[in-house]
Structures are given as structure tokens and as C-alpha cells.
Ligand binder design. Structure first.
Ligand SMILES: NC(=O)c1ccc[n+]([C@@H]2O[C@H](COP(=O)([O-])OP(=O)(O)OC[C@H]3O[C@@H](n4cnc5c(N)ncnc54)[C@H](O)[C@@H]3O)[C@@H](O)[C@H]2O)c1
Ligand SMILES: O=C(O)C[C@H](O)C(=O)O
Length: 341
């Protein structure tokens, strides 16, 4: 059994060229929350991270003091919610992860979080645009389908938008899709990598099982797709009012950050599905879309098309695109009508 640190260390040894740079500041905004704490812990175990800046409206210095005792090299600092605290946390960051905001309770959709989380993400995006305009921004706060466009609009309004450096984190959908098929087929989930495209809520989550050579049909296929699309609800219901997925999300967020750092530090062929400013369905009014994306030193290197899919998957994709454009436009409209201070 390997520890997370050994896994990261092994991956680093495998993938580093002699000249690779290992000097990355990573900032977490919302670091004291259900996701923020285990995510910060996993980042502390990652040897590619040299500085870890933890910011929250509460408790970040405490979390930083705790994590800072772990015997890995990176320096950890916690920042209080003062204007200079947020700015300092962001300054010089290469990667900024944003899990700040409220989670769902049973009976809520992710869109029900919009009223609270839209302004939280808008204001943090403003600070990131001012203090870390060249960082890779990883949005975890829901509804991701709207909070990514919100962040883009803020960066555009400040003249620093770079579509190659903004990512909605949809890794958890891939993690679930891979785990759930392994449960059905009794395979090793570590060897499964199911492509999931679209967005990050209900019908906008489209697993492309056929691309991994699986041909489930009928009720089995419907049940599988439903479980992937509503995996988040499974956790929300099980937590019974105490929040949504935190630990699996921390793992997924740490995996995506690791992929980005690996690619930034010179590794080739790093591909992760992520929700980005995408040309794939712009002609249908869908500005952002998750598909497999090759990562590199400039962030997005290449956006892969969806590829060959079955008629059933095409139907799922059609339903996805219909919902997605509404979610995206809602985010764009919010910033235009509520630019904040
Ligand atoms: N993308 C995904 O796959 C995915 C998965 C799980 C959860 N989420 C989303 O992540 C978000 C966080 O979930 P959680 O379970 O960690 O919630 P949580 O309530 O446990 O933690 C949120 C943290 O954000 C902080 N916060 C609130 N406003 C802030 C601000 N303005 N600046 C800095 N910090 C602020 C809070 O103090 C809290 O510590 C939710 O919106 C949830 O829906 C996304
Ligand atoms: O379901 C949620 O609200 C949280 C997250 O988006 C998830 O997929 O677990």
C-alpha cells in the first residue's frame, strides 16, 4: 500500500526531465472548508508544490499551522480575510484552486447555489485578476457550469482574460465514471479512464462508455449513466444535510492540479477532461464545454473533439448542450448586471 506522498514522489521521478522546474506556488481560496482542508493536505504532500497559500474567511491560519508541520519541503502560509491578506495569498501563484462557497443540501440542485456562490466567485475572481492575472485558475465552486463563465467575464472586464488558463474542475465525474464501471465489471478502477464530456450537473454530465470499449445497453446502461450524472446527489443524500462530496473532490482537485503542474514542468501528453472556453459547440451557442484537454506550459495546449460516439450518447449530448447554454448564459448575465465594486 503506497501513501499519497509515495505516489506523488513516484510520479514525479517517472516524469521529470533533468531540467524540469520545481518551484510552484499554489493558492487555495476556501482552504478551511470541507474540500479545502483535505485538498490542502494533498497539495502539501505533492513535491511539485514549493509554496502553499491558504486563504479563507475563517480559520485559514489554523489550517496552515496544522498542515505546515508535515515533513515535506513546501512552505505553508495561512491568510486572513483582509484585502492585503487575499492579495498576498494570490501574488506569484502559478495555480489557484477555488473551492469557496456553499455546498448543497438534499433536495437542492447545483443551480440553487447560484445566488450565494456567484458573488463569492465573482469577488475572488476579481482579486485573482488583480493579483495573479497569469495564474491557472481552477474553479471547483458550484454551479461550475456558471461559475467558470463568471470568472471569465471578470477577467475580461479587467483586460486579463486568457482562455488557456481557466478550468472548471470536472475530474470528479471521471473518477466516479471510472469507479462505477469497475464495480460493474469487477475491473481495477486504476486501469479505467472513462471520458466524460459536457458540464458538471445532472444531464450536462455525459459519460462516453463506448470509447472505452464497453457496450452496456438497456437498463444497465441507463442505471450507469444515471449514477454518473447524479453521483453528487448520492453523496448529498448520504450526508443528510451536512454537505456534499468533500474527500473524493479533494482527491479529484489534487489530481487535476498535479496534472497541470506536471504539464507546466515539461511533461508531455498530459490529458485531463476539464470545462474550458471551447470551440467545439460555439456554433450552437455553447461557449464552454468539458472534453479531454491536453495540458502544457501555457495551460490548455489542445482541446480534443468528442470523437466517435453511439446514437445513445449523441442523445445525451443533445440534452447536455440544451442545459449548458442556459447555465453559461446565466453566469455571463450575472456579471454584466452585477459587476460588483
Ligand atoms: N466541482 C466539483 O466537482 C465539486 C465537488 C464537490 C463540491 N463542489 C462545490 O465546492 C464548494 C465548496 O464545498 P465544501 O463542501 O468545501 O463547502 P464548505 O462549506 O465545507 O467550505 C466552503 C469554504 O468556503 C469558505 N468561503 C466562503 N466564502 C468565502 C470567500 N468569500 N472567500 C474565501 N472563502 C470563502 C467557507 O468559509 C468555507 O470554509 C461548493 O460550492 C460545492 O458545491 C464542487
Ligand atoms: O453534488 C454536489 O453538489 C457537489 C459536487 O458537484 C459533486 O459532484 O459531488
Amino acid at each position: 500500500m503506497f501513501s499519497a506522498r509515495q505516489i506523488f514522489a513516484q510520479a514525479s521521478r517517472r516524469s521529470f526531465s533533468a531540467s524540469a522546474r520545481v518551484n510552484s506556488k499554489v493558492t487555495v481560496l476556501g482552504a478551511a472548508g470541507g474540500i479545502g482542508q483535505p485538498l490542502s493536505l494533498l497539495l502539501k504532500l505533492n513535491p511539485r508544490v514549493s509554496q502553499l497559500a491558504l486563504y479563507d474567511i475563517r480559520l485559514a491560519p489554523g489550517v496552515a499551522a496544522d498542515i505546515g508541520h508535515i515533513n515535506t519541503k513546501s512552505e505553508v502560509r495561512g491568510y486572513d480575510p483582509t484585502p492585503s491578506g487575499l492579495g498576498e495569498a494570490l501574488k506569484g501563484a502559478e495555480v489557484v484552486l477555488i473551492p469557496a462557497g456553499v455546498p448543497r443540501k438534499p433536495g437542492m440542485t447545483r443551480d440553487d447555489l447560484f445566488n450565494t456562490n456567484a458573488s463569492i466567485v465573482r469577488d475572488l475572481a476579481k482579486a485573482a485578476a488583480d493579483h495573479a492575472p497569469e495564474a491557472n485558475i481552477l474553479i471547483i465552486s458550484n454551479p461550475v457550469n456558471s461559475t467558470v463563465p463568471i470568472t471569465a467575464e471578470v477577467f475580461k472586464s479587467k483586460g486579463v482574460y486568457n482562455p488557456k488558463r481557466l478550468f472548471g474542475v470536472t475530474t470528479l465525474d471521471v473518477v466516479r465514471a471510472s469507479r462505477f464501471i469497475s464495480q460493474l465489471k469487477s475491473t481495477d478502477p486504476a486501469n479505467e479512464n472513462i471520458t466524460v464530456v459536457g458540464g458538471h450537473s445532472g444531464a450536462t454530465i455525459v459519460p462516453l462508455l463506448s470509447q472505452s470499449g464497453y457496450n452496456l445497453s438497456g437498463d444497465k446502461l441507463d442505471e450507469y449513466v444515471r449514477r454518473v450524472q447524479f453521483g453528487g446527489d448520492e453523496v448529498v443524500q448520504a450526508k443528510d444535510g451536512a454537505g456534499s462530496a468533500t474527500l473524493s473532490m479533494a482527491m479529484a482537485g489534487a489530481r487535476f492540479a498535479e496534472s497541470l503542474l506536471k504539464a507546466a514542468q515539461g511533461q508531455k501528453n498530459v490529458i485531463e477532461p476539464t470545462f474550458v472556453d471551447s470551440p467545439l459547440y460555439k456554433d450552437q451557442g455553447v461557449e464552454y464545454f468539458a472534453s479531454n484537454v491536453e495540458l502544457g506550459p501555457n495551460g490548455v495546449e489542445k482541446i480534443h473533439p468528442v470523437g466517435k460516439i453511439t446514437d445513445h450518447e449523441q442523445k445525451l449530448l443533445d440534452a447536455c448542450l440544451k442545459d449548458l447554454s442556459g447555465n453559461i448564459n446565466k453566469g455571463i448575465k450575472f456579471v454584466k448586471e452585477n459587476p460588483g465594486q
